[in-house]
Design a protein around this ligand. Sequence first.
Ligand code: HEM
Length: 140
Amino acid sequence: MDPALIKSSFSAVQPHGTDVTAYFYDHLFEHHPEVRGLFAEHLDEQRDRLWAALGAVVSNLEDTPTLVGMLQNLGRRHAGYGALPAHYPAVGASLIATLEHFAGDAWTPEVEASWAAAYAVISSTMIDAAAAAGDPIPVG
Ligand code: HEM
């Protein structure tokens, strides 16, 4: 994973604003209609939060303790939204398709490989935290 490639491609996508998140949710719900019911009917506020969270992840890519803490909290909250481990690859595929759509010339095979590696770490950190939160707290 190359943080510089993640950051430069994310910057190339950012000027497209809310078109990016609209495209992401359309892509996700078209390919995985089974997850639509987990989300609120009106997504406006949700769109901003997802984008802000991704921006925070990208800004903290090289600050592992901050990144891990943020993703663990996000993962624990996602268990409460009904997000299952099996949903993460679906979201990752739509995320990468969206970035590719808007990144233009900034999108290369190396950029795609970096995002795939980053998403693997992001999703496993979120999933592990959600699973750990579901375990009984050890006593003593
Ligand atoms: C990179 C991975 C992901 C990021 C950065 C992300 C980000 C966010 C953020 C920031 C929120 C707003 C609430 C909060 O902060 O707790 C949210 C809500 C939510 N996310 Fe995610 N998410 C990710 C993956 C997923 C996955 C895999 C699913 C499974 C389908 C999912 C489903 C949801 C749902 C259902 C909500 C609540 C929506 C609502 O209230 O309508 N997310 N997500």
